[in-house]
Design a protein around this ligand. Structure first.
Ligand SMILES: Cc1cc2nc3c(=O)[nH]c(=O)nc-3n(C[C@H](O)[C@H](O)[C@H](O)COP(=O)(O)OP(=O)(O)OC[C@H]3O[C@@H](n4cnc5c(N)ncnc54)[C@H](O)[C@@H]3O)c2cc1C
Length: 507
């Protein structure tokens, strides 16, 4: 693949990760991006979702670090915060505030725009990658459409100055995001259109950016950096806001994104309504925290959240010379925070395959699609597991009524049981964190006897009144800052620091 050019369509997270791996195998990599890219961490037109919180899961952070060594350090140096959610976040769960305690998972918190800026900085350190800004991709050129010998040969584009151009490519990577037109271009050229799996659970996000008050003016009860309020499960009469999944999400520069999301509920889009809704979230701590801060943005609302998977892997003759990564192939309900990580994981697969295989031919394309499918199935199953519960969800993946009822009835109680058991059983905590971070699949967790033993043992202890770590603290009051790490029960050690992530009841 030396002496060849690889062309990446789109210069966002997926495109930049792809460029990073392609530069190891191609002499020249050209990224075509419609926007002018800001030098700093700023919003831009092509990535409207940057106004909302973006969690970077561990598997994604690791994958990006493999593509761009030093990424995590650079993100932290630029203001990202390396935190341990179980210690630094206050979780308002079904039964109230969760106990604060050391866990296995850490996260680097930052804004999405900072993640992209750091990625761009990394890409610009690679001399063989050229980013062409203000260039709109308008089509593909291919030969032998639909035949096993068919392939994509290059890309048509137009510049901001109105000039049209063409770039021949040994490999084209589609990273144009959710709205990618690549499938339409292929269809128009005579290729089979990949079947599409969809499930839109009508998720809406509404977010606003705030400056935190100076540290010395924050109340002592404000030990937490991140607030998470899960939807109520009470099933009774309550304000709609009790069903929101709400986040007070810390980002660089002593700021936070206050975000409320819901499945199927109308969300506020004006400042006054936003603040009033924040006050009605099921703990008053959320609204109080927002009011203690200074708003610095308008309210941003998005409904562009449906799950959508374009199944190139099911095509009899997939186009050779083209791969799709990121949202262009598979976009998820953002509640599960999987998009950027899935994109980076796909880029890693591409990089590995380019390293070991000599040529981008049909066998290469098929194997890439097979490996990418296995990787995407992990987050896809997780998204389906909850989104299929909603009667109002639409798409090809809606479940029959009986399964919707079972999923709706069981998914939260199972989640409650797992998170509660995880407080006292390090194996359960670690396994669930691995699933959340895409390091293990839901299927692997479901088939793990040690995991379920821990959950059932906890439930039995609960029934016998013999659990150790207290939970369910009153959510009408501030979340308790007590550190229950190493806590051995009311008659044992007093709450304090202790062994990190140890199993409190023995394995
Ligand atoms: C509300 C919300 C919250 C989210 N939260 C999370 C989260 O917590 N964690 C997480 O991992 N993911 C999250 N996501 C998903 C995440 O934003 C996406 O998965 C990720 O941005 C995918 O990156 P991408 O590069 O594939 O696409 P995009 O980021 O959409 O980028 C596409 C790029 O292509 C460019 N482009 C488009 N058309 C053209 C063209 N014709 N020519 C040239 N350039 C073009 C655009 O300008 C843009 O730069 C969230 C998404 C939403 C909507």
């Amino acid at each position: 693949m030396r002496n060849e050019t690889a062309v990446v369509l789109g210069g966002s997270v997926a495109g930049l990760c792809a460029a990073g791996v392609l530069a190891r195998s191609f002499d020249r990599v050209v990224v075509l991006e419609r926007d002018r890219l800001p030098a700093d961490a700023e919003h831009r037109r092509g990535v409207p979702q940057s106004k909302h919180p973006h969690f970077l899961l561990n598997s994604g952070r690791r994958a990006i670090g493999e593509i761009f060594p030093g990424f995590e350090e650079a993100l932290i140096a630029a203001g990202g915060m390396h935190l341990m959610p179980s210690m630094d976040a206050a979780y308002c769960e079904n039964d109230g505030w969760a106990p604060r305690k050391s866990g296995s998972m850490t996260m680097v918190y930052s804004s999405r725009v900072l993640i992209e800026r750091v990625l761009r900085d990394k890409v610009r350190e690679v001399p063989s990658i050229e980013i062409r800004e203000g260039v709109t991709v308008t089509g593909l050129r291919s030969v032998g459409a639909g035949a096993p010998s068919g392939r994509v040969e290059g890309v048509e584009y137009s510049t901001a100055e109105g000039e049209d151009g063409y770039l021949a490519a040994g490999l084209v990577v589609d990273a144009l995001g959710r709205g990618s037109s690549v499938v339409d271009w292929l269809g128009a050229a005579g290729w089979d259109v990949p079947p599409q799996q969809t499930l839109d659970a009508k998720v809406t996000y509404t977010s606003r950016w705030y400056d935190l008050p100076p540290a010395d003016r924050r109340p002592e009860s404000w030990w937490w950096k991140h607030l998470v309020i899960t939807p109520t499960q009470d099933g009774g009469d309550h304000p709609a806001e009790h069903e929101f999944l709400s986040n007070f999400f810390p980002i660089e520069g002593d700021r936070a994104i206050v975000c409320m999301g819901s499945w199927g509920i109308e969300m506020p889009r004006k400042a006054e309504a936003f603040e009033a809704a924040a006050d009605r979230v099921r703990t008053p701590v959320f609204g109080r925290a927002a009011r203690a801060c200074t708003p610095t943005s308008e309210v941003h609302l998005t409904r562009s959240t449906g799950n959508k998977w374009r199944r190139f892997d099911l095509l009899k003759a997939p186009p050779v010379g083209l791969v799709s990564i990121g949202d262009s192939i598979c976009a998820f309900n953002p509640f599960y925070a999987q998009g950027m990580s899935s994109a980076a994981r796909s880029a890693l697969i591409l990089g590995e395959m380019l390293r070991v295989r000599g040529a981008v031919d049909l066998a290469f394309t098929r194997e890439f699609l097979r490996r990418q499918r296995a990787s995407l199935q992990v987050p896809w199953m997780l998204a389906m597991a909850r989104d299929q519960a909603y009667d109002f969800a639409t798409g090809t993946e809606t479940a029959p009524a009986w399964r919707r009822r079972i999923t709706a009835r069981l998914s939260w109680p199972i989640f409650n049981a797992i998170t509660a058991a995880g407080r006292e059983d390090a194996y359960v905590e670690r396994t669930f964190a691995q699933v959340f971070n895409l390091d293990r699949s839901l299927g692997q967790m479901a088939a793990d006897p040690r995991f379920w033993f821990g959950v059932v043992r906890y439930k039995l202890r609960q029934r016998l009144g013999r659990t150790i770590v207290p939970g369910g603290f009153d959510d009408q009051r501030d979340p308790p800052g007590t550190d229950f790490t190493g806590y051995a029960g009311p008659r044992g050690a007093s709450p304090s620091g202790g062994a990190r992530g140890d199993d409190l009841v023995g394995a």
